[in-house]
Design a protein around this ligand. Structure first.
Ligand SMILES: N[C@@H](CCC(=O)N[C@@H](CS)C(=O)NCC(=O)O)C(=O)O
Length: 306
C-alpha cells in the first residue's frame, strides 16, 4: 500500500489545509516540496500544467484541488467527514464561501509591508519580486474579483464574528471536525501564523478552536525528491475505475481547468465524470499513464480535437 505524496510549499495556505487534514487523519505521507511559483516540471509531468498547489499522488493516480485530496485522505483513513460532497447543504455552502471569497480576503488583508519584508528575509528581494509579479498576473486572469485592503479586512473580521457565534461546541458544525473546519483554518493560519495579525484577540472561541486545529499536527511526514515521486507513478498503473462514467464527453479528448483563478487547462482523455468528480487519463514519457482526479464542481470541461 502506497503513502500519499503531497506536492506543496511551506507558506501555501491550501497546502496547510491538506497538511492539517493529514494530521487529523493520522496518516504517514511523503512530501515533495515545490517552488512558490512555476515552472514546476514534476507537477507538469504528472498533472499536465495544473497550476494550483497542492497536488497529491497515490501510485499512478494524481489529485488536483484540496477537495480531491480530502476525498483521498478520507479513503485512506475512513474520515468521511472530509468529503465535501457528502456533507449537508449548510456545510457545503460554508465551505464554498470560505475556500474562495474568505480565503482571498484573508490573503489580501494579510499581505502588507510586514509580510513582504518577511518574504524578502526568507527568500530574497529578487524572489519576492518574481513572486509578486506572478501573483499579479494570476489575479488579472482570475474570474473572481478579490476585495481591496480595507474591505478585505472587514470581510475577514465578519467571518471571525460568524465563526465565534457558530462555535457553541468544539468545532464549527458539532463536537468533532468536518471539512468546514479545515476550510476555515487555512486562511486564518495565513493571517495569524504567517502574517502575525492579532485579529483573533476579540474572538476567544475562535482562538481556542485554532489551537484545537493546530493540535492535529501534520501527521508523519517524510521528504522525497520529485524524481522519486515520478518513479512511483512510472512503476504503477492507475487504479481501476469504480463506477460507470455518466459524463457525455467520456472517451473524448478534453481540456479541464478551474473556473475561478489559476485557470491553466489540463489536457487528456475524459475517463470518468459524475456529480462529484472527474478523472482524466494522461500519458507522459516520464510517468507512463496516470489518472488525474478533479472535483466536479468549479472546473470547466471543453472538448478538444485529439
Ligand atoms: N481550490 C484550490 C485552491 C488552491 C490554491 O489557490 N492554491 C494557491 C496556493 S495556497 C495557489 O495555487 N497559488 C498559486 C501557486 O502556488 O502557484 C484547492 O482547494 O486546492
Amino acid at each position: 500500500m502506497h503513502e500519499l505524496i503531497l506536492y506543496h510549499y511551506a507558506m501555501s495556505p491550501f497546502s496547510e489545509k491538506a497538511r492539517a487534514m493529514l494530521g487529523y487523519a493520522g496518516l504517514s505521507w511523503q512530501s515533495v516540496t515545490v517552488k512558490e511559483i512555476p515552472p514546476r516540471p514534476v507537477i507538469d509531468a504528472l498533472a499536465g500544467g495544473y497550476r494550483k498547489i497542492p497536488v497529491a499522488q497515490l501510485g499512478a493516480d494524481v489529485f488536483c484541488d484540496t477537495r480531491s485530496v480530502a476525498r483521498e485522505i478520507a479513503r485512506l483513513s475512513g474520515k468521511n467527514e472530509l468529503i465535501l460532497e457528502q456533507q449537508p447543504r449548510d456545510v457545503q455552502d460554508f465551505v464554498r464561501e470560505t475556500d474562495l471569497k474568505v480565503f482571498l480576503a484573508c490573503v489580501v488583508a494579510a499581505s502588507d509591508g510586514r509580510l513582504l519584508k518577511k518574504l524578502v528575509r526568507e527568500t530574497s528581494l529578487f524572489a519576492t519580486f518574481r513572486f509578486l509579479k506572478d501573483r499579479i498576473s494570476m489575479g488579472r486572469n482570475s474570474r473572481v474579483k478579490a476585495l481591496k485592503g480595507p474591505q478585505a479586512k472587514a470581510r475577514v473580521l465578519a467571518h471571525l464574528a460568524q465563526m465565534e457565534s457558530m462555535l457553541e461546541q468544539d468545532f464549527l458544525f458539532g463536537t468533532s471536525p468536518c471539512i468546514a473546519d479545515f476550510s476555515a483554518y487555512h486562511g486564518l493560519w495565513f493571517v495569524c501564523e504567517l502574517a502575525g495579525k492579532p485579529w483573533l484577540r476579540d474572538y476567544p472561541r475562535v482562538r481556542a478552536w485554532m489551537e484545537r486545529m493546530k493540535g492535529f499536527g501534520h501527521g508523519q511526514r517524510s521528504e522525497i525528491t520529485g524524481d522519486q515521486a515520478l518513479d512511483v507513478a512510472r512503476n504503477n498503473t492507475p487504479r481501476a475505475l469504480e463506477a460507470a462514467s455518466e459524463h457525455k464527453l467520456t472517451g473524448q479528448s478534453v481540456e479541464i481547468a478551474p473556473d475561478d483563478y489559476g485557470r491553466d487547462p489540463v489536457r487528456g482523455i475524459l475517463l470518468f465524470g459524475d456529480d462529484q468528480s472527474t478523472i482524466v487519463r494522461r500519458e507522459h514519457a516520464r510517468t507512463g499513464v496516470v489518472h488525474v482526479h478533479f472535483p466536479a464542481e468549479g472546473f470547466a470541461i471543453t472538448p478538444v480535437s485529439a
